[in-house]
Design a protein around this ligand. Structure first.
Ligand SMILES: [Zn+2]
Length: 486
């Protein structure tokens, strides 16, 4: 068996604060989100991890449909001659493209790229579909896998093959394309904050961080507990760059031929990495209820021959499932303590305890995962008749409290800095999001990166005051969040 096939053996989850990276890997494996695979750079998404992904898809897809998009599917393989048409794009992606060179024994006359992203193949098809301004806009999203050559393996954060969605739209005007780019940035921010409970900063990428071939790239950036930023989604205004390369033209209302304006935008399973790191604690995962594979788990306590609690739990669970809730009864022959900590480790938002005395009283006890043991409101006794409605309220409270805790952390670790020495020190020490006035020059950004490891995560307009760049002293053109990043 190869070394890569050996799973890290996780006995105990190490404290999160000691070594975030070790904690993260341990939680991903122990909670059975992923397994390492025999393929370097690729992980297996196990059922519990896949269910998390499915819930992300469900919420994001609903938002795409609400904003007028439809799903479609395009080929995995891209002929080399197509890929090389947009110069900046191919240059940006060349180092990480995997190539198919043979079909069976036969060497191909033209290599085929495994998609690192799909602007090329989709742009080629849009060129065929678009003739007139009446064919626009095209608003399509694709859920798929992509592959970018990568040696490291960090579940969700850095893998060769990963799952994502990529939206691709074509429009008749620059303004429409820009509006679409910003609309999808909003969708991502709304999803991150209201579903994943992860607060983010939204803004414009600097030129050096821009998507290859884009006119403008926007991103949402979350802050992880180790002070590093995690880019959680991007939205690109591609202007006419791709439509010129792939010949997406249309006759406008004046019967003139014009190039279309295109956009693309994506969120990957990286977002799940942000969820895990943001919310988890020393006991393991803490999942936001809207994404959690299970919203609640019943742990019935069978004493002696008295298994009435098990029967009651099954009845109550069946009732909740009929009301559309994601619940499970844990009837394993293990001690209550073992089952409690197992579901805590897996991050289930609410545990429902029920023993023979609860059956007599017609109650259950809800235990919230977002609260510490013994904290006010961590345990709530509820009558069977109102369980569904109370549970729903409690799940909303858990969702809100996880967001509040993460927002508190982000605020505490965002520093408005005007002093140059303090700026470099905070960037170097990974203090968090360093909010500073910046000149916008690539040379200045490169210097900060070389000296501290930090880059601009995204930028936004100045508030109006005339300011100088925190790093070089030249006039500032924007405010930027600087941070080291994943
Ligand atoms: Zn500068």
């Amino acid at each position: 068996m190869s070394e890569l096939l050996q799973q890290p053996v996780i006995k105990e989850i190490p404290p999160k604060g000691d070594d975030l990276s070790a904690w993260y890997t341990a939680v991903c494996i122990k909670a059975e989100l992923v397994s390492y695979s025999p393929v370097r750079g690729c992980v297996v998404l196990r059922p519990y991890g896949y269910a998390l992904w499915e819930n992300l898809q469900k919420h994001l897809d609903a938002r795409f449909k609400e904003t007028g998009h439809e799903n479609a599917y395009f080929p995995l393989l891209i002929p080399e001659s197509l890929l090389t048409k947009e110069a900046q794009h191919v240059e940006g992606f060349a180092p990480e493209v995997a190539w198919v060179t043979h079909g069976g024994q036969e060497e191909l006359t033209e290599r085929l790229a495994i998609r690192p992203t799909s602007e090329v193949i989709i742009g080629t098809m849009y060129a065929q579909w678009v003739q007139s301004h009446r064919d626009l806009p095209i608003l399509i999203n694709q859920w798929c896998n992509v592959l970018r050559w990568e040696k490291a393996t960090r579940p969700f954060l850095r893998t060769m093959e990963f799952l994502w969605q990529e939206g691709h739209t074509a429009h008749a005007s620059a303004q429409e394309a820009r509006e679409e780019t910003l609309r999808m940035l909003d969708v991502y921010q709304d999803f991150a904050e209201h579903v994943a409970a992860v607060p983010v900063y939204a803004g414009v990428k600097s030129a050096s961080e821009r998507f290859p071939g884009a006119v403008e790239t926007y991103s949402i950036e979350a802050l992880m507990p180790d002070g590093k930023a995690l880019q959680s989604a991007t939205s690109h205004d591609l202007g006419q760059n791709f439509s010129r390369a792939y010949d997406i033209t249309f006759t406008d209302t004046h019967n003139e031929i014009e190039y279309a304006y295109t956009t693309s935008w994506g969120m990957s399973w990286r977002m799940l990495g942000a969820v895990i790191m943001t919310h988890g604690d020393d006991r393991g995962l803490r999942l936001p209820p809207k994404l959690a594979p299970l919203e609640a788990v019943f742990v019935p306590i069978v004493k002696g021959g008295d298994d009435r609690a098990l029967a009651a739990a099954k009845d109550l669970a069946a009732r909740l499932r009929r009301e559309g809730m994601r619940v499970k009864v844990d009837d394993r022959d293990e001690s209550p303590g073992y089952r409690y900590s197992d579901w805590e480790m897996r991050g289930v938002p609410v545990r429902i305890e029920i023993g023979p005395r609860d059956v007599d009283a017609g109650t259950v006890v809800l235990v919230r995962r977002d609260k510490r043991k013994g904290e006010d409101g961590a345990k709530i006794t509820v009558g069977h008749a109102v369980l569904g409605s109370v549970l729903r309220e409690v799940l909303d409270q858990v969702e809100a409290s996880l967001f509040e805790q993460a927002t508190h952390f982000l605020r505490e670790h965002t520093f408005v800095v005007t002093d140059r020495a303090e700026f470099f020190e905070k960037c170097r020490n990974r203090a968090g999001m360093i909010d500073a006035a910046w000149c916008g020059q690539p040379e200045c950004e490169a210097l900060v990166k070389a000296e501290t490891g930090a880059t601009t995560r995204n930028t936004r307009p100045l508030d109006g005051d005339e300011l100088t760049c925190v790093a070089c002293g030249e006039p500032a053109t924007v405010r930027a969040y600087f941070a080291q990043s994943y």
